[in-house]
Unconditional design. Structure first.
Length: 85
């Protein structure tokens, strides 16, 4: 699974990255890659108009706000369940 934090590197983007890292750690997931995307062309390719944003396996699931850690964990869990179907 690939999680991407989309944003220009602002404080909100850093906070979303930290929340995402904590959620992945809490879920004890070893095969998850968390990365930051700061390139505007790449962000535009996702159709992101407001940052920060979180993409899971190429699909933007949150944009323009900082979700809570439980919300991020829920989004990851849902994506994992969808992968196993």
């Amino acid at each position: 699974m690939k999680l991407e934090i989309l944003g220009p590197g602002c404080a909100n983007c850093a906070k979303l990255k930290a929340i995402t890292d904590e959620a992945v750690s809490d879920l004890a997931l070893d095969d998850v890659e968390v990365s930051k995307v700061e390139d505007f062309a790449q962000m535009m390719a996702y159709g992101v108009m407001a940052t920060p944003a979180l993409a899971i396996d190429g699909k933007v699931v949150v944009s323009g706000r900082i979700p809570t850690k439980p919300e991020v964990a829920s989004l990851i869990t849902t994506a994992l369940l969808e992968q196993s179907d």
